[in-house]
Design a protein around this ligand. Sequence first.
Ligand SMILES: [Zn+2]
Length: 362
Amino acid sequence: MTMVLHLGLLVSMLAAGSSADPGPYIRIDRLTPRVALAYWPGLDRRCNLTVIQSQKGLVLIDTEAAPRLMAPIKKKIEQTLGRSDWAYVINTHAHDNHCSGNVLFPGAVIVGHENLAADMQWLIRRQAEPHKRGEIDRYNAILRDLRAAGPRYAGNPQYSRLIQSDLIFYELFVQDLQEGYEVVPPALTFADTHTLDLGDLTLELIFFGKGHSTSDILIYVPQERVLVTGAIAYGPYRVPEIGEASHLEDVHRFIAVLDRLLADEVKIDHVIPGHSAPLTRAALPPIRDFYRRMLTEVRAARRQGLTLEETTKRLTLRAMFPAFRDPPARTYGHDHQARNVRNLWRILAENEPKPQPDPAKP
Ligand SMILES: [Zn+2]
């Protein structure tokens, strides 16, 4: 009888997600001899954390959405690699699942772009009222939906496992939002590029420009032929971004950075996106070509006297950029192409005044 009660309690605890061990859900995938990807799979929220093993210590690129989420991933990395000598933690940008677990690496140097600390301020604001209550409600609603979906997918072990994984993930996330956590800014920053010498490896850090965020960087590891892109190559078919903070110099920088990485002497086998399975070098030319063609086409549309609305209709992904697809409504990136056209239109209007009709012409 006692046994039955204990089992019943265990089953209900697992169903609720609480007290369950996240360890079995977390993946550490070897990519090259010295580079691995750590991630915690869910229904729709993969975030790649890149682990680099060097003579000078371990390097982690990105630190998930909260310390309680980073902790079991860190533990699994250390168990898998048999070492915990963290030397550097690099944040590709300041969106939450890329830099919220920094506090767990007190002995490592946190590295990021010089805009990163300011860009991280929203994580502090989010933990204060009135934002905090709204955020907690939002994630509690996700938890309710997941619990309701559980029984419906009881016959699908793969899907049930992802729901279970998500339940544990979001419960820990809500706990961190409720209790608050320390947001740790970078101790080492750079403006344009920076090289980290790790003994047997070098990491080349490159500012991409203000687009997806204001602090986006890429990290190239020449010895392993690996390029970590954060959200620059977000995932397959994901349209690149021109943001509200982007200026003309940023759009030119996007193209210049990608041109440099696509030079013959730069060897890249693995492109690590922020949020999908690894890609290859082939993911990069369409992104570079997207920015080039957007510049050409929006300039042409303005010269032809088209309105912003007409230009947006002309420059759809389907018509002009078939390498990319619009993600479903209510997911990140939906309708970003209209936003890209709007932002580039604004940028060109600021920098390249529309040619006025010549009054002397008959
Ligand atoms: Zn992001």
